[in-house]
Design a protein around this ligand. Structure first.
Ligand code: PMP
Length: 338
């Protein structure tokens, strides 16, 4: 085992463990192996650190983004936390454009890193409004803002091609299947691109909340599916991201699971595997089980998925509470001492 030494936070991004979920395999009575990449072990606690670093680095290398500038980031949460953290590291001001119903824990963390906010209506499935608002703001004030669109930026795909995908291969070799929930589709498509290059028969599937199967329908019929509210924060943003359209040819299948299934599985992962994961991690593991079963994978076959973030990011959601807590964001921010 090699012990890690980081000269700075950037060097601590990625190189996450991959963990076999043997207790879940047994509990769910599946013959195949479920392997999960522990992305909650990134510095800010989510998979999005990888992408935020690649996107900021690309813009800085091109000379377009310089310290002191303000970046505008539409997000439903984890991206905002990663950009807020790395923004402070690189000396950038950060304006987060975010739906007002996202969990309070997220705003508080972004504020810890010094970010400012612009709120848009709605919750998780309303990311499109945050995206349009941020885009308009940046277009109207080009000298003031540098705009990041995580749903289309190729650096997002590249981050997962060069790091997450490569790490999986280095850790366990070629898997038989890979599945990930679609937020931007960056994780899914970056890993897919790497695996499809190196592993002849790998099955790659996208996954979405069953209540908002916009991309899942689009994959199967060419037409966007019905929009709906769901509770799997960070994914199912309510439109088909550019990245998913760009790399559709890499996908073999699409799986859906309900918010309820995701929440129950996230709790089960805590109780059986002692891993404190968020709701989309539950959804990913449910999706891995469904995918392995529907493709008839048996003993010795490996299905890989992602554990994108931590349970502690969900105290106000139904992962912990009977009812999702909708709090007054402005009040929370006013009351903060930072
Ligand atoms: N789960 C969570 C909790 C997330 O925040 C995200 C990113 N929005 C994802 C999954 C999906 O990742 P990606 O954007 O790479 O599709």
């Amino acid at each position: 085992m090699s012990l890690r030494v980081c000269n700075n936070v950037i060097e601590c991004i990625g190189k996450t463990p991959i963990i076999r979920l043997q207790r879940i395999e047994k509990d769910q009575n599946v013959d195949f192996e479920i392997w999960a990449k522990a992305e909650f072990m990134n510095p800010t606690g989510s998979v999005k650190d990888r992408m935020a670093y690649y996107m900021i680095k690309k813009a800085m290398d091109k000379g377009e983004l310089k310290p002191g500038m303000t970046i505008v980031v539409p997000t439903t949460g984890n991206t905002g936390i990663s950009f807020s953290a790395l923004g402070s590291y690189f000396g950038l001001k950060v304006l987060i454009v975010i739906p007002e119903e996202m969990s309070a824990e997220r705003f508080m963390l972004m504020r810890l890193f010094g970010a400012d906010f612009l709120f848009t209506p709605g919750g998780e499935s309303d990311a499109g409004t945050a995206l349009e608002t941020a885009k308009k703001l940046a277009e109207e004030n080009p000298d003031k803002y540098y705009f990041f669109d995580q749903w289309s930026d190729e650096a997002n795909v590249q981050a997962h091609y060069e790091t997450t995908g490569k790490e999986i291969l280095d850790q366990i070799g070629c898997p038989d299947a890979f599945v990930a929930q679609v937020g931007t589709g960056g994780t899914l498509m970056g890993v897919a691109k790497r695996l499809k290059e190196e592993c002849k028969n790998v099955i790659v599937a996208g996954a979405e909340p069953a209540e908002c199967p916009v991309a899942a329908y689009w994959f199967k019929t060419g037409k966007e599916g019905p929009w709906g509210r769901h509770e799997i924060e960070g994914v199912g943003d309510g439109f088909v991201p550019d990245i998913v359209k760009r790399y559709k040819h890499l996908l073999d299948d699409f799986v859906t699971s309900t918010s309820e299934e995701a929440i129950m599985m996230a709790r089960k992962i805590a109780r059986l595997e002692a891993l404190p994961v968020g709701i989309s991690s539950g959804a990913n593991v449910v999706s891995a089980i469904k995918l392995g079963r529907s493709h008839g994978l048996g003993k010795g076959k490996k299905v890989v998925t992602i554990l994108p973030d931590y349970a502690a990011r969900y105290f106000s959601t139904r992962l912990f509470k009977k009812k999702r807590e909708i709090v007054d964001r402005k009040k929370i921010l006013e009351e903060l001492s930072i």
